[in-house]
Design a binder for this molecule. Sequence first.
Ligand code: BEZ
Ligand code: FE
Length: 303
Amino acid sequence: MTDLAYFSEAASTEVVNARIDEGKADPRLAAVISALTRHLHAFIKEVEPSHEEWLAGIQYLTKVGQTCTDWRQEFILLSDVLGVSMLVDAINSRRPSGATENTILGPFYVFDRPMLENGASICQDGKGEPCLVTGTVRDGDGNPIAGAVVDVWQTNEDGFYDVQQKGLQPDGNMRGAFTTDADGRYSFRTSKPRYYPIPNDGPVGVLLEALGRSFNRAAHIHAIVSATGFDTVITHIFEPGCQYLRDDAVFGVKASLIGDFKRTVDPARAAALGFGDAPFFWEVAANFVLTPATGAQRLIHQV
Ligand code: BEZ
Ligand code: FE
């Protein structure tokens, strides 16, 4: 029988996990750490890193930590580009078919966004091609949900969120929250979303570059849709013409979230909608379907 007091390559996992005191450790913590040990040791046994390679890995993770500030979370970004954020979200957002799917939250949501009237514009800088977003919020049986909040944000035409360009963009540019009417309807004006790079001037950017991977997020509008008695949906509306739909840096694209953007050439209607003398505008209908509250709500954090 293997003596688990002493380390050996063959029994490494068992030796480490045998030290957990089942009487003292929280059972979930014990389960998580023993699984982590098992997978980490299997990884090392597969890769067989040299000392230099292991040190390079440790130094890389150290840099990831050192890049984190009050407003930047490089570890979450690393989790995003490795597909881990999307996997954790998929496991925690299993919904019946027909319900709106979740996708990645991203680091640029802010709680302090303007509550706006339906039909209002979130585009304060006037850049980009005008776009009208309309839709409904309904339950799984098709009943409209009145009083639901559709909270949206996106980059401006230059590919930056307002919080990335304080002083350059007006605060609250390209964000706003809208409340559905008695028929479950909401609408807002914006500009057509465009692709943009995730923050790539840190260790995550170095890794993506070394792997020959794209930095870009497929063009999207973020939405958090919430209503009393329903699970909150954290999702996107993707632009179907974007060249990065199949190469999104954080794997956020799901087929059901690709919108049907139509280009409408109608200067009179554009003017009536509030798009001034725009010769054309884009239109997309984004309908959300919520599921009854399960209590398994995601904490929306800001880093
Ligand atoms: C975003 O869509 O805002 C985003 C998501 C993940 C990482 C960086 C940005
Ligand atoms: Fe985004």
